[in-house]
Design a protein around this ligand. Sequence first.
Ligand SMILES: *Cc1c(COP(=O)(O)O)cnc(C)c1O
Length: 413
Amino acid sequence: MHEHARRLATIVVHAGERAAPLTATPTTTPIYTSATYVYPTLAALDAAFADGDGYVYTRHGNPTVAALEAAVTAVEGGVGAIACASGMAALHAAILAAGTPRGETGPQPRGILIARDIYGSTAVLVRELFAAHGVPVAAVDMGDLAAVAAACAELHPDVIIAEQLSNPLLRVIDVAGLARVARTAGARLIIDNTIATPLLQQPLALGADLVVHSATKYLSGHGDAAGGVVVARSGLVRDTLVRQSRLIGASLGPFEAQQILRGLKTLALRLERQCANAAQVAHWLAAQPAVTRVIYPGLATHPQHALADVAFGGRFGALVTFDLADRSRMALERWFDGLRMIVPGTTLGDVFTLASAPAVASHRELSVAQRAERGIGETTIRLSLGIEAVEDIIDDLADALQRAGDGSTTGEA
Ligand SMILES: *Cc1c(COP(=O)(O)O)cnc(C)c1O
């Protein structure tokens, strides 16, 4: 066959591309930006399609994203995972897969039972994407297994969603107990493990069917990537997740996948330090007269301290919630504006210490009375401890408390 000499307009498009695969393996996963993949023959492409696991198109599967999925599957002890564009996309995918009848493709769950103090956007997701379309939804205290069983008897849910360590009140749940109740009710249990992380607890080993992460938080850990992951305990649920996510297309991009995969490598180191910092800060805060309530599962005053101690193997997470004794908005503003190192930001799980005010951020849509009913005060502050030297964190907290007290009736001038 005659080889044509190509024009420059063609050469600039194709030159250098599609080299043969490396014979050596890169030590870390490259970022594969390719939207599609070439096979030597059409028959080979046909086989890749038929196999279902061959790379043909990036929404169906991407090697960089697959590396992250494999890593989180290993860390959570599941059989497979899908990575999504955000934690919310992961929750949506998990609800759809959990509500899909065994071995079939069902349009909707039959009923969804959620934790009363679940992440705000999860409650809205369930309300607007499911309840509004006729799926019965109810909320219950997931710490009260008898109440969960009673709600199941009434609602007959096929999906139950709970969080290990709620935000900002840091309630601890008995995942194994909840899994037993879910199994009896014929429901699949989704645990949002974003805040506890697999370092504290692996819900799949305790009987949960799916684990969800906002990878934006601890898995990534550096505040520079958004993503979500769903991990399945059974092959059936994994296959449903994969099939549905290919249709919905909320898949994670390869750049974020690489960043999260990189962050994941230091999860254990980061979290050890963050938990130690949180424990020290919680004890320090508990001794401050300008602070009233301190919520931390590692404190003996926490209502589920004993449960947390057993469940988390002596670690208690890296979030600490407290209230300023001065309940005025001015005191809250002076405290936040008095921070010099701690970052006032509405996320959690980063290497730097973050502070947020639920009344201003996560729970701002609620009235003062509704917040009070949920145990959230107007000067409640949630800290997400970073990996800095704990002395510097405490110095910054002390200075901010001093400034919050300045000009108030209780504080020193
Ligand atoms: C942040 C968060 C989410 C949502 O994750 P995004 O990545 O922001 O979409 C879900 N659940 C919990 C517990 C979270 O903290």
